[in-house]
Design a binder for this molecule. Structure first.
Ligand SMILES: *Cc1c(COP(=O)(O)O)cnc(C)c1O
Length: 388
């Protein structure tokens, strides 16, 4: 019998309330625990395993690079990093990309870009960044402060200054902050993930874009969770009819390896110069080779499949007994249940499916290519558990 749980409890920092499950192997959307129990995976390691577990094409791309070299440092050029940056720019219209290793680092980069851009073009004092209430932007000291939820602002102060929070879906609330504070940027998630899978409205996002033009601010979108095909387009902002100045992403970009990206559009393409930012591991060749494989496979055909699966989930769950609401975009879905969602979740796990939670909702983040049969079976179980 494995003693992983004992060791973890004794030696790993107590920062996670883990489920009582130890996955030991996986294939596609199926995962097996230490007792040999099989599950249908609906969370992909929080939107990370874009094509599920042990995807063969991705493994091939990663191992080919591993057999060449694993790391060289950013003192030298490296093909996977350069080719990934090219692909991201060609697919989005961004001009340049900075690579880090996580979502928080991608957002740290965006925040540094906004601050420096403001100094270069507006003046020393215009450092305020507007984020939204109920947002989530990361766990570093600065991205905690960027996160618009009071619970994250306890215990670790003092925090960096210069973040103010608007009501999501109130353009007036953003305008009030623009008038009150010297601002350089707005940073927001197209769908608030950790906040309970709450999509912003197109009207709101367009309204914010207008304010950005009026007040000379950058529009920065945090696509750490919504990016890389998750919502049915390569990046979710495409569905809101705006072009941002900065897009951050991570999670699904690497398909399971740590990589984050901060994409810089025209207005800020030259804001960062040599020495102004950096990362030892950023753009790591193995992670970048994996990401190159992932992004090159997110084509129109794959995205149509994401939208089709999404439609199926909404139609199978909306209005069903025990289900109050279904929200989200693409394969990023939040389900509000009448019963306590923790109980529903526990029953789902018992019955062999693995969704997660977002606030008080059940959250689904399945692989973008989850087989329809697995998805149907999983959705049936959710409906049964919610309606019980
Ligand atoms: C997960 C997440 C982050 C943080 O990413 P890490 O890789 O954990 O640092 C930031 N923003 C959003 C929207 C996220 O979902």
């Amino acid at each position: 019998m494995s003693n992983t749980k004992e060791l973890d409890k004794k030696y790993v920092a107590n920062t996670y309330a883990r489920f009582d499950i130890e996955p030991v192997s996986g294939r596609g959307s199926r995962v097996f625990d230490e007792c040999g129990k099989e599950y249908i995976d609906l969370s992909t390691g929080i939107a990370v395993n874009t094509f599920g577990y042990c995807d063969e094409e991705w493994i091939k791309a990663v191992t080919e690079q591993m057999n060449k070299f694993q790391h060289t440092s950013n003192l030298y050029y490296s093909a996977p990093c350069a080719r990934l940056a090219e692909l991201l720019c060609k697919r989005t219209g961004a001009k340049k990309v900075f690579f880090g290793n996580s979502g928080a680092e991608a957002n740290e980069c965006a925040i540094k870009v906004a601050r420096k851009w403001a100094q270069d073009t507006k003046g020393e004092g215009d450092y305020y960044i507007i984020t939204l209430k109920n947002s989530f932007h990361g766990r570093t000291v600065t991205t905690l402060k960027a996160t618009g939820q009071d619970v994250f602002h306890k215990d670790f102060g003092p925090f960096p200054e210069g973040f103010v929070y608007a009501d999501s879906d109130s353009v007036d609330s953003v305008r009030e902050l623009c008038e009150k504070y010297p601002c350089c940027a707005v940073l927001m998630e197209p769908v608030q993930g950790e906040g309970g899978v709450v999509p912003l409205s197109v009207e709101f996002v367009k309204g914010v874009k207008k304010l950005c033009d009026e007040f000379g601010m950058l529009l920065m979108v945090d696509e750490v969770q919504t990016g890389n095909g998750r919502t049915g387009t390569l990046y979710a902002y495409e569905q809101f009819g705006i072009t941002p100045d900065v897009v951050t992403t991570a999670k699904g970009l690497g398909g399971g390896l740590p990589i984050g990206a901060c994409m810089l559009f025209e207005r800020v393409e030259n804001t960062l110069g040599a020495g102004s930012h950096g990362s030892t591991f950023g753009g790591n060749p193995i992670a970048a080779a994996g990401a190159l494989n992932i992004i090159s496979r997110i084509d129109e055909n794959l995205l149509a499949g994401v939208r089709e699966r999404s439609k199926y989930i909404f139609s199978a769950l909306e209005g069903k007994k025990g289900i109050k609401s279904v929200t989200g975009l693409g394969l990023m879905i939040g389900i509000e249940t009448e019963r306590d969602s923790s109980l529903v979740l526990a029953e789902c796990i018992e019955r062999g499916i693995l969704p997660i939670k977002a606030k008080s909702k059940i959250r689904l983040l399945p692989a973008l290519n989850i087989p329809m049969d697995d998805l149907k079976r999983a959705v049936e179980i959710i409906a049964e558990c919610a309606g019980a």
